[in-house]
Ligand binder design. Structure first.
Ligand code: KG4
Ligand code: ZN
Length: 337
């Protein structure tokens, strides 16, 4: 049995997890939400500094939660990209140093692969499946035919779904990040009350677009400031979910893949879960604690790569942070720069 420690510092959460044989023994996330809230979004330099000051303590807390010490670890993994470069560097350099100091293999991990790993862990799910990742930074649809055979079918051409939730929440005065607050407000609203355009409704492909929808909400609120906020929230949420479900169903029909994994922060959305479950697809969601950014998902993704990583150590220890890193179909995408 191998015990792995995983680190994610790709954005504004410092996440460290400990995993053994697919079981999450510890998952500690120190969020920077309060720090960035006053700016209405993540300030990259502030995020890097905060990761730097808290990461060592978060590693200590994760080990304590797992009832382990550094000498119990068999490998260390960290997110290498995509993400904010300064933030990524903090976790990546820390992880490399920890591994090298302990004579352990180091495994650099793709952030989106980690989200996928979190959604399928424990459910015996192996490819092939469709994977929709909807987070604050990404909205992307993959055909995962094997762990090293991943085809990107489509992606958002502008804002990510979570980003749209955050921006519309801001228009409604709900603070940052607004996704969960907007979803809570939407629960009591009429989702047909405010007519909104359906983005990319008539396309033949698998892309998404959410920035026009955000603008449509802004215009509707400008024209009629007395619109009930819960109706605006519900109508917006329904429109986003309609788009995610429609494109995913089209991809399922077109690829013949009937199984679906939904990952990323927006996978926590109750309406999305309900609608995807009703969409005639065999769908898996990550457990709520693993849906948003965390370190356990990095360790879960690393488990599958441990054996191959042992013989590639000098190369993997040299992996650089990669702020823009597509999840491609090459076998060594985690290591190539
Ligand atoms: O995956 P994640 O933790 O971080 C990124 O990699 O971006 O996703 C965070 C995003 C935020 O935009 C947040 O507003 C959104 O996920 N989110 C939600 C919900 N919970 C989190 N959006 C809609 N409904 C939710 N319940
Ligand atoms: Zn993420």
């Amino acid at each position: 049995m191998a015990t792995l420690l995983g680190i994610d510092t790709s954005c504004d959460d410092t996440g460290v997890g400990v995993v053994a044989d697919g079981v999450v023994l510890a998952n500690v996330v120190e969020t920077q939400t309060a720090l960035h809230a006053r700016w209405g979004g993540v300030v990259p330099e502030q995020a890097s500094r905060e990761h730097l000051s808290v990461l060592d303590g978060v590693v200590g807390r994760a080990l304590a939660e797992a009832g382990m010490s550094l000498t119990d670890l068999d490998a260390v993994a960290a997110t290498r990209g995509p993400g904010l470069v300064g933030a990524l560097l903090v976790g990546l350099c820390y992880g490399k140093a920890l591994a090298w100091g302990g004579g352990l293999p180091f495994i650099p991990i793709h952030h989106l692969e980690a989200h996928v790993a979190a959604a399928v862990s424990g459910s015996q799910a192996a490819p092939p499946f469709l994977c929709l990742i909807a987070s604050g930074g990404h909205t992307v649809l993959y055909a995962v035919r094997g762990w090293d055979d991943v085809e990107q079918l489509g992606a958002s051409r502008d804002d990510a779904a979570g980003e749209a939730f955050d921006k519309v929440a801001r228009l409604l005065g709900l603070g940052y990040p607004g996704g969960p607050a907007l979803a809570a407000l939407a629960a009591s609203g009429d989702d047909r009350a405010v007519p909104l355009p359906h983005p990319m409704e008539h396309q033949a492909g698998f892309d998404f677009s959410f920035s026009g929808l955000k603008t449509a909400v802004a215009i509707a609120l400008e024209r009629d400031p007395s619109l009930p906020p819960e109706d605006v929230a519900a109508s917006f949420e329904r429109t986003v979910v309609d788009a995610l479900v429609a494109v995913t169903r089209r991809a399922a029909r077109r690829t013949g893949l009937g199984r679906l994994v939904v990952a990323g922060g927006v996978a926590a959305n109750a309406r999305l879960r309900r609608r995807m479950r009703a969409a005639d697809l065999d769908v898996a969601f990550p457990p709520p604690a693993l849906a948003t950014d965390n370190g356990a998902m990095v360790a879960l993704a690393a488990e599958r790569r441990l054996e191959a990583a042992r013989s590639r150590q000098p190369e993997l220890l040299a992996a650089d942070a990669a702020p823009y890193l597509p999840l491609t179909t090459t076998a060594d995408r985690n290591a190539s720069s």
